[in-house]
Design a protein around this ligand. Structure first.
Ligand code: ZN
Length: 75
């Protein structure tokens, strides 16, 4: 697994330790070994892109009920 170690200083308890930053997750959430505080030392990862709301969802065509008085199909 590729990645690198970075020094983390816990903002809560001030302890320092190394944490692993995988290449695939450049902004990992680090949990302090000492006080269990969680932090994003590299900044919080960008939020997942919100789904683009489709503009004015097309209204499904209403199925017209058969007109009253429609004779049944001749058999
Ligand atoms: Zn801590």
């Amino acid at each position: 697994m590729n990645g690198g170690r970075q020094l983390f200083t816990c903002p809560t308890c001030g302890k320092c330790f190394f944490y692993w930053v995988p290449d695939t997750t450049p902004q990992p959430k680090v949990k302090c070994y000492f006080c269990n505080a969680e932090a994003f030392p590299n900044g919080e990862p960008p939020a997942a892109p919100a789904p683009v709301p489709s503009p004015a969802a097309p209204v499904p065509p209403t199925v017209a009920p058969p007109a009253e008085g429609t004779p049944p199909p001749a058999s």
